[in-house]
Ligand binder design. Sequence first.
Ligand SMILES: *Cc1c(COP(=O)(O)O)cnc(C)c1O
Length: 835
Amino acid sequence: MSKDQAGSRKKVEHICNPLAPLPPLGMDSEAISFDFRRYFAHTLGRDDHCTSSHYPYKALALTVRDRLIERWKLTRSHYEESDCKRTFYLSLEFLMGRTLSNAILNLDISKEVDQAFIELGINLDHIRESEPDAGLGNGGLGRLAACFLDSCATLQLPVRGYGLRYEYGMFRQHIANGQQIEDPDHWLRDGNPWELERPEYTQQIKFCGRTEHINGRVRWVDTQDVLAVPYDLPVPGYRNGTVNTLRLWKAAATDEFNLDEFNAGSYTESVETKNDAEHITMVLYPNDASENGKELRLRQQYFLASASIKDVIREWNEHHSDFSDFAEKNCFQLNDTHPSVSVAELMRQLMDEQGLSWDRAWAITSKTMAYTNHTLLPEALERWSVKLFECLLPRLLEIIYEINARFLGEVALHWPGDTDRLRRMSIIEEGPEPMVRMAYLAIVGSFSINGVAALHTELLKQGLFHDFFELWPERFNNKTNGVTPRRWLAASNVGLRQLIDEQVGNGWISDLQKLEQLQSQADNRSFQKKWRQVKLENKQRLAELVKSDCDVDFDPEAMFDVQVKRIHEYKRQLLNILHVIHLYCRIRAGDTENWTPRCVLIGGKAAPGYQMAKLIIKLINSVARVINRDEKVGGLLKVAFLPNYRVTAMEVIAPGTDLSEQISTAGKEASGTGNMKFMMNGAVTIGTLDGANIEILEEVGEENFFLFGLTSEEVESRRSHYAPNEIIENDADFKRVMKLLESGYFNQFEPGIFDEIVESIRSPYDHWMTAADFRSYIDAQDQAAQAYCDQARWTRMSIINSARCGRFSTDRTIAEYNRDIWNLAAAPAPEINGV
Ligand SMILES: *Cc1c(COP(=O)(O)O)cnc(C)c1O
């Protein structure tokens, strides 16, 4: 579309007359079966010779999508007509996983689809397996965004997600010679039946160039423009007629790219530059909890911010003649600092494109932006060099300077003469290479700043953001994370869902506190027996996954001890493997009286440039190889590294887990959400007093949680006199573990490869203090093993963990965001056929 066409769009009348409304689509098995066959045979043109399950998958996806689209349109027009306040959730990551099963569950057509496929004689599980994960995120932060969208739709809140449509999502991981290999994830290769392209809402995004200041007006000129084309994904609420939107932007070249070159006759060179534009949304950066400072990443951030804000203002201008109540009707929630350039971009669009004064634009911006912090790790705090900003986003830098100047004026008034504070709080970090501190930009521009678990928010207020907390205490609030019970229990653990439904009805799926009713059954023998049977079947399913992906035999009768999450030193997969080596030492020494057989599963991706994390993967695999092959060990201990941990894998892992490993160094894990998925599915946690573990412990009590380790305060006070070598020397078990590791026993043909790991454990500067928690971890593990032996006791603990997980539903989290930050009214769209 040319600029002229885009500009005149508003004046164009509807191309077609309003069409007569269609009758609602049938939700029964006959209608579903008919549509499926029609899509398969006519739309996709397949016949009985089709051997790939891709086409049946696509036919079913289209069948389900039609039923979503009916409700999607009604939701959209309902929001539009009611002119309700709206929230826009801006995130560089949405780790959605698969869509099909969730859509079927939320549309309440599970039985009908099952019935249709029984009659068609087609295995529905195979079809489900054909869907690739939408892996548009790294880990917890991206998955949180996905769970939030589900809860917003379920609570019927007018919230739209904005993100990027990466051509390549999170890399696929495979293991060769014990090491992580990254493979590109071209998830869109076979098309994406869930997305709807919306070229009519294409936006033009500026980069580079320079600014002109004429008569108080600013023009950003000589820019290199890139088009942002939106693709919409439906986000259905749970059986309530609401279907919200996740809008993902794809970068495309403008038609008028490189006219100079074009006119100089370099046609092919000119077309080649098309690639540069399209590169912006080519790939997700695979760093979790660390920034890498690449220019393309800043381009992605600005591209998302600018396109999304333009889209919101475009819609606003369709129905409003000025911006007087814009702040009362719109809210932007920033998922970490990644989209925080939005603060300056909203100012720019309001002033330069909509003609507002600085003061009016600032009054609006600072009442519409809200910022969620996700980490205290210094290496994750985003800073961009002023030089890069100046080159890539010159107009934005001017605005940031002005925001900073006015802000520092306010600080100076509050603390006259405190120049050190001015230096500390400045959005611009001075030095040989001046930097823009994105978190400070987000704080200064936001009316709400939240952490993601009680401890994390306290640490933010006392540490990282203390100066800001002193200035604006009222802006700080906590919103403990959650996970959606639709995906993480109802859809992924069908056995447990049925058992719970039998016992307490199915109201818990949209009101998770109702699971408290299970507590009365915690000691009921016959209920316990059913509970164990469900767990056993889920463990069999997990054992099959481990067999097929790791070629290791897990016995479902053994305790399944699982740690799956990104590989990071702060998460201490190392501590886990030290315990595994300790168990192995005990077996070698014949110390196996009253032994609890254990299957240890570890999985997760390392950032491709994070050498230590990759070495930890290699160590896990090396230890697993030795232990699994040692005949002395037999069924007492098995160890496996599950390659390519992702949402779809977690849907099998959490239901089949007995013991959930949440063993980060206290004060480092902002919240954790894996811990909640496990708890919901009846796993018992072994964990430190970190992130949301603390709140899980509060819910279940110490008798239903294996607590160990230093507190975050103890961690900090120990640093000055931390002496790991002494700890090792004075602990015979620890000494034995280190001796075996240092002997090269696990790396016979690769001498010395684990030296760096050994050194890190023995270093007095080990930031993660692995050695400090070794003894209490081993003791807690021993208690877990004892508890597992007592079937009735363990089952009771398991039931109580599920029964008390209500607080960790994102329905609760989102209700709090709405109560304290967004203040949206629920806007239920009319239902069709009762859904
Ligand atoms: C839930 C989830 C995470 C977050 O796990 P933590 O244990 O909280 O780090 C990461 N990746 C995937 C695929 C998940 O489903």
